[in-house]
Design a protein around this ligand. Structure first.
Ligand code: ACO
Length: 429
């Protein structure tokens, strides 16, 4: 705590609010004393509210900085891999070689899903959106792993965390295989996390374990790394709110998956590709730019803008480079969708409206194009985001569960409904 204080004066009464300093970034005004004034604070969208203390991820949106446990995202993306980043988020520091081997061993050991989970899939329509399947199946894991549901036991919390990180790519690939009517693939011990995911997506029992091209599996790994955590965003806050009630971790992550699905959040990568397909040709870009600027048109340029980054998205810089590596490897720089995307990027970066409002391409603009080049169908884009973000969600959940000051999340409201009135007899209404 600093020795600074903020004073709120209301109806001649003054309330003293302590100012708390973090290790980086903005200090916060502790407004817990405010209800004593018979008032609440009003902050729709939580743009001015820090809801927790956290030591996992730091973002400076003005400077375009993203740090996980102090390490810059570009260094993590280029100099480590996703398994190391998972360890970092969960344990607070990067692993040494032995710790990394043990962690990978644990992830592989827990990657198979219970055989009865296969039957869950049969309950879904064949054309179900894979995100709909994920919301259901991940929540259903709580019916299978009773032995790790004691949320007050730190070792069991970690076991649930490992189970979730390990099983997410398997469940995600199963949701895709189910939708195309192909048999489920099992994870293979000799493949890395990213290679396994690509193999479970594209391999078949009669033609399996074709190790994916290293550039493509590296790109997949980087997409996982860049989406691993992002501070108190909508889905992470959802996980924390659900967790604050004492709900089990599988239910909390399922809630996070639901929140991620929306096009303003994780659904943006899928929405971005759909938008590119809808625009269709370069000569229609100006029509869509005009729609995006029109206040009376709800259309927004998907993959542009960010609630926090108002300068540039540091993940987008890494993703842009990875995107070009993938396009070079698969040789689709001439594909009309990619050409269209590049043209749109250029126009939006130069257009006064986008420049003035600081609407830069975000990570999902480039990840959508990259995933498309990797042959991933667009309805799987948000699922891939969910695989990657699971480690962030569960690390934030574990941090919250070990916080002695944890409280049930219970926001207040500004009530604008009818004042008290009496119920009349039904014949008089
Ligand atoms: N296209 C056109 N105009 C936009 C866009 C866009 N993509 N994004 C914001 N604006 C405009 C708004 O209309 C608003 O204009 P105004 O000041 O004239 O009213 C202004 O920019 C500010 O927009 P807000 O909605 O207030 O900004 P906010 O921070 O709430 O929105 C958001 C952030 C939701 C990401 C928004 O930029 C958006 O909808 N982008 C498209 C969806 C997207 O790509 N989401 C992915 C986010 S990244 C992620 O989740 C990993």
């Amino acid at each position: 705590m600093s020795d600074k204080h903020a004073t709120l004066t209301l109806n001649n009464e003054s309330i003293d609010c302590p100012v708390l300093d973090g290790s980086l970034g903005q200090s916060v005004i502790d407004i817990k004393p405010v209800p004593k004034t018979q008032h609440f604070t009003f902050d729709p969208g939580f743009g001015a509210t820090a809801a927790c203390e956290s030591g996992i991820t730091f973002i400076d949106g003005q400077q375009g900085i993203l740090l996980h446990r102090g390490y810059p995202i570009d260094q993590l993306a280029f100099d480590t891999d996703y398994m190391e980043v998972c360890y970092l988020l969960m344990h607070g520091d990067l692993p040494n070689a032995d710790q990394k081997d043990q962690f990978i061993h644990m992830i592989k050991k827990h990657s198979n899903v219970h055989d009865q989970i296969n039957r869950f899939f049969c309950g879904f329509r064949r054309d179900a959106h894979p995100m709909a399947i994920m919301v259901g199946v991940v929540g259903a894991l709580s019916a299978f792993y009773h032995d790790s549901l004691d949320i007050n036991n730190p070792e069991l919390r970690e076991l649930s965390a490992i189970r979730l990180v390990a099983k997410m790519p398997v469940l995600a690939a199963m949701s895709y295989k189910y939708s195309i009517g192909e048999p489920f693939m099992h994870p293979k011990h000799e493949l890395s996390y990213a290679e396994n995911f690509l193999n479970m997506m594209f391999g078949t029992p009669y033609d399996d374990t074709t190790k994916p091209d290293p550039v493509l599996s590296r790109a997949m790994d980087r997409i996982f790394t860049l989406h691993a955590d992002h501070e108190q965003n909508a889905s992470t806050s959802t996980v924390r709110v659900a967790g604050s009630t004492g709900a089990n971790p599988f239910a909390c992550i399922s809630a996070g998956i639901g929140a991620l699905w929306g096009p303003a959040h994780g659904g943006a990568n899928e929405a971005c590709l759909r938008m590119l397909q809808e625009i269709g040709s370069e000569d229609r870009i100006s029509e869509y730019i005009a729609k995006a600027k029109d206040k009376n048109d709800p259309f927004r340029l998907m993959g542009f803008g960010h609630r926090v980054y108002k300068n540039y998205d540091p993940r987008a810089k890494v993703m842009q480079q990875t995107c070009h590596e993938v396009l070079d490897t698969v040789g689709c720089h001439d594909d009309p969708i990619f050409k269209l995307a590049m043209k749109l990027e250029k126009i939006a970066l130069e257009d006064e409206y986008f420049v003035e409002k600081k609407l830069y391409p975000n990570v999902d603009f480039y990840s959508g194009i990259t995933l498309n080049a990797l042959g991933i169908p667009s309805n799987m884009f948000t699922v891939i985001f969910a695989i990657a973000r699971t480690v962030g969600w569960i690390s934030q959940w574990m941090e919250m569960m070990s916080d002695p000051n944890r409280r049930l999340a219970r926001p207040r409201q500004l009530y604008t409904g009818p004042t008290q009135r009496d119920v009349s007899n039904i014949s008089d209404r």
